[in-house]
Every structure is written in structure tokens, then in C-alpha cells.
Design a protein around this ligand. Structure first.
Ligand SMILES: Nc1ncnc2c1ncn2[C@@H]1O[C@H](COP(=O)(O)OP(=O)(O)O)[C@@H](O)[C@H]1O
Ligand SMILES: [Mg+2]
Length: 487
């Protein structure tokens, strides 16, 4: 591929060389770069910030008045905050010293504590175009916006769709030499010895994105080559070498052991209550609270690694007849693979968490789609997520530029449909995240969806969160007063 000369026309090899030249120059064309250059300019109104934090306006206003609080920028007709500002606001609130005798506070930062497990959610299915990448991006951004999670993203698709939702121009995406997860997990070029990385080298694979605390191992061409390497690796006599399906899991475990959660919110201030910005910035990249993996539409060895590394598997799929039969084939292959891996003397340990088929692109007016969700749920409520993604015209406009619904700032005429789709994305993410990571507090979005769509036939997904009203003031008035002095 790197050889410059064009072979004389001997059919397909000649085509491959010529065509890839043309396409790779088009790939760096303006629009592609433009999207990444503009990432991320979206700012959020105080009203949106209140929604993300789950706090009333008066509480957020008070936090904004504190000495170290981020300075909003007046834009349009309102004050706005950046993503980084929102994360800092969470940390400021979470790090305040508790007041003896005051009511306990609603948490604002859901960082892992030492010893907490690291959830890994993998999005995988046999079919392309079923919203795997869109859902992966949206769950990751929801986790950051609504819970302040630090998220590790692994794009295990050479097409690098997930990467394009996050990367700015500083990250090499979808290239021939992109440092992908296959290199992270030590897969060499075909026929060579497996790569050995130090803990620091492993950490360097995660590249910073414009989202605070969100780092990415981008997708790219080496992922395809890795399947051949891994097949060759698996041919040895040593049974350890034959376990090529668990390289990613073992690598994440090793990285995770070397980069555990250390900093807690209360460590972010000195003894005088001053907020420690350096410590906060360092803590953003200290570890992850969640890893999200987006797969290519296949069950090859590389993709099997992405499934085996998961603690929760989400299988997005549309529900048309033919798509369901593809889904059946995928699930039976997966079942066969696990029969093989779990019969090993050293089987993979999975935590007892649920995994789900996620219906996507469901046509609201199409009763057979919705009935099918009901039928699958009736057969086994443990395998299908009844909170599904509805088809939306709004998302196509945003997705063209690799913007998730959270980053998309629609023109007025599209505002309503964009808001509806955002509410849908909130519900799906709330449903997935609360089951994948039991430490995360439900926000009630999944429950609201179930109530609206199934009118009580399907029970609430999670216990109802406390009613949000003025009583959601998380501190007593006394404390608010003292806070102004304290912070
Ligand atoms: N709910 C939806 N409504 C309308 N279009 C959607 C929806 N979900 C996904 N799409 C479109 O489908 C396309 C494929 O989505 P993507 O997430 O890249 O799928 P996959 O990763 O499974 O290949 C995207 O361009 C997106 O615009
Ligand atoms: Mg994809």
C-alpha cells in the first residue's frame, strides 16, 4: 500500500492501488477537515446546564457566583458555558466541604472510587448502518454531560465513524498508520512478534479529545490487517498464545490496574477551601469511569476482542424481517464463540450484568415495529431494551457532519424535532448506563419513555428519582450563606 508505483494493469490489484490513491486524497478534502476543525464550538445555556446537573436554577446560580466558578460568555440572548466549564462546575460543587448537621447533598460528580469496577460497554452487531456508532457517541456524551464521567472510547472499526464524532484535527483518524486498539493490545504486523508496551506506553494510546476527560483510541486501517496477524498468532502450540480473543480484555485490565481512580472530589481543594485547578485537570485524565467500544459490523477476531472485553454488550439492530434474521445469525455465532472460550481452563470472567438488543430506527407510525419490540420483550424481558431509538429526520442532518444530537445546534425550523430526538437519546442512554454501571444514579428519562410509549404495561426501568422541585436545593439556606464565605 505504501509502494508508490502503479502496477501495470493486471486486474484487481491494479484497481486497488489506483483507487486508494484517489480516495485518500478525497478523504482529506475540505468538508472532512472542516468538521474536525470546528469541534467543539457548541456552548450550553444555563437552562441546559441545569438539566445536565439535575439542579434548580437557583442552586446553579449560587454555584456560578462562587469565587472559582467559570465565567459565562454572553451569546445570543443568554449566558453560556463550555463543556469544560460544566465539568468544572460539577467538580466545584462536589468538592465543597460538608457542613456538619446539614442534609446530605445530591452528588454531582460520579467518578469511580478506589476499588470500583470499570464498566465497559460494547456496541456490536452484524449489520452496518443500524446506529451503533451514533448510539456509542451519544451514550458517551450523555455520560459526560449528565454525570461528569471520564470516558475512554475505543473505535474498533477501520471506518472510524465513532472517532469522527470526537476527533479534532490533532488526532490521526482512519489512516494507514493510525495507532489503533489492535496495536494497543499488542498485535504486530503479520508474522512478527507480539508488541510489548509499558504501562505509560499503553496510556499514551488514549488521545485527548475536545471533551474534558474523554480520550479516544481512534479507528484506522491497521484494524483490518490485525485479523490476519491474530490468526497467525493463534497457530502456536502454547495455549496462552491461542487465546487471541482476549487480548483487548487483558490489556484493558492491565492498563486499568496501572491507572486506578485516586483523586476524589474532596481532594480538589486545599485546606483553606481553595479549588486546585491543576489537580482537577490532572484528575480528568487520571483514569476512566466508563469505557465505550464501537465495533465494525462483523464478528471477526478483532471484533470478538471488543465483545469479550465488555462488561455489557449492546446489540443495536433495526427490526425489519431480514434484519432480524441477520441478528439471529450474529447471536448464534456469538453463542458458538462463547461455548469455545468458556470451555478453556481459563474462561473469561464476566460480571453478572445484563446485556441488550437495542431496537433502532423504529418507525413511530409502524405498528409492526413497535409490536415486535413488545413481542421480544414478552418472550424475555432480560434481552431486549424496551427503550428504543425512533427514526428521526433531525438526526440525519446532524450526523452528516458527525455531530451527535448533544453537539448539534439546530436551526429554528428543526429545533422541535431535534429536541424530541435528544429526549429519545437521553432515555436510551439513561436506560443503558444505569444497567451497565449500577453506581450511576438514574435520571428518570428511561422511565418517562416507558410511561409514554407503553402506558404502564412495562414497569419502570429504575426506581423513580426524587421529584425535582425547589426541594432539590441540595443544601440548607444556612449552608448556602456559609458557602459564599467558604468558597
Ligand atoms: N434514529 C435514527 N433516525 C434517522 N437516522 C438515523 C437514526 N439512527 C441512525 N441514523 C442514520 O444512520 C446512519 C448510520 O448510523 P451509524 O451510527 O453510523 O450506524 P453503524 O455504526 O451501525 O454503521 C447515520 O448516518 C445516521 O444518520
Ligand atoms: Mg459504525
Amino acid at each position: 500500500m505504501s509502494d508508490e508505483s502503479i502496477p501495470e494493469n493486471k486486474g484487481i490489484p491494479n484497481f486497488a492501488r489506483r483507487a486508494q490513491r484517489g480516495v485518500s486524497s478525497a478523504a482529506s478534502s475540505e468538508r472532512f477537515l472542516d468538521t474536525r476543525e470546528k469541534r467543539i464550538q457548541r456552548r450550553f445555556s444555563i437552562r441546559e446546564v441545569c438539566d445536565f446537573l439535575g439542579m434548580s436554577r437557583s442552586v446553579v446560580k449560587e454555584w456560578m457566583d462562587a469565587e472559582d466558578a467559570p465565567t459565562p460568555i454572553f451569546k445570543g440572548r443568554e449566558n453560556t458555558l463550555s463543556l469544560h466549564d460544566i465539568m468544572k462546575l460539577r467538580a466545584l460543587a462536589a468538592s465543597r466541604k460538608p457542613i456538619p448537621g446539614a442534609r446530605s447533598r445530591k452528588p454531582t460528580l460520579f467518578w469511580r472510587k478506589p476499588g470500583d469496577p470499570l464498566p465497559v460497554i460494547t456496541f456490536s452487531s452484524q449489520k452496518g448502518g443500524v446506529a451503533k456508532s451514533l448510539t456509542a457517541a451519544s451514550v458517551a456524551q450523555f455520560s459526560s454531560l449528565y454525570h461528569g464521567l471520564r470516558v475512554g472510547l475505543i473505535d474498533s472499526d477501520a471506518q472510524a465513524t465513532l472517532s469522527l464524532y470526537f476527533a479534532d484535527t490533532s488526532i490521526d483518524v482512519a489512516g494507514i498508520d493510525t495507532e489503533t486498539f489492535t496495536k494497543f493490545m499488542g498485535v504486530p504486523t503479520p508474522g512478527e512478534e507480539p508488541l510489548q508496551h509499558t504501562d505509560e506506553e499503553l496510556d499514551a494510546f488514549w488521545q485527548k479529545t475536545p471533551w474534558p476527560g474523554v480520550r479516544l483510541i481512534p479507528g484506522g486501517a491497521p484494524i483490518q490487517e490485525a485479523d490476519i496477524s491474530m490468526f497467525l498468532m493463534s497457530q502456536g502450540k502454547d495455549p496462552k498464545k491461542r487465546r487471541v480473543y482476549r487480548l483487548l480484555k487483558d490489556t484493558i485490565d492491565r492498563w486499568s490496574a496501572a491507572h486506578p481512580p485516586k483523586t476524589q472530589p474532596e481532594d480538589l481543594r486545599d485546606e483553606n477551601g481553595k479549588f486546585l485547578d491543576d489537580k482537577f485537570e490532572a484528575a480528568l485524565n487520571e483514569t476512566f469511569d466508563l469505557i465505550i467500544i464501537d465495533c465494525a459490523p462483523a464478528l471477526t477476531l478483532t471484533q470478538l476482542n471488543s465483545v469479550v472485553a465488555a462488561t455489557t454488550l449492546i446489540v443495536p439492530n433495526t427490526l425489519k424481517g431480514f434484519d432480524l434474521s441477520t441478528l439471529g445469525v450474529y447471536l448464534s455465532s456469538l453463542d458458538d464463540y462463547f461455548t469455545f472460550t468458556q470451555s478453556d481452563i481459563n474462561p473469561i470472567e464476566f460480571p453478572p450484568l445484563p446485556s441488550y438488543i437495542l431496537p433502532t430506527n423504529v418507525e413511530a407510525g409502524n405498528h409492526s415495529d413497535v409490536e415486535l419490540v413488545g413481542e421480544l420483550y414478552g418472550n424475555d424481558p432480560e434481552v431486549i431494551c424496551p427503550v428504543y431509538f425512533q427514526h428521526s429526520a433531525a438526526v440525519a442532518n446532524a450526523a452528516k457532519d458527525y455531530l451527535s444530537i448533544y453537539e448539534y445546534d439546530p436551526p429554528k425550523s428543526r429545533k422541535r424535532s431535534a429536541d424530541l430526538f435528544k429526549a429519545n437519546a437521553d432515555a436510551v442512554a439513561d436506560a443503558i448506563l444505569t444497567r451497565a454501571s449500577p453506581n450511576i444514579q438514574p435520571r428518570g428519562f428511561a422511565n418517562a419513555f416507558l410511561k409514554e410509549k407503553y402506558e404502564g404495561v412495562i414497569p419502570p426501568w429504575t426506581p423513580e428519582p426524587e421529584e425535582a422541585s425547589d426541594t432539590d436545593r441540595d443544601v440548607s439556606d444556612d449552608e448556602n450563606d456559609s458557602m459564599k464565605v467558604e468558597v
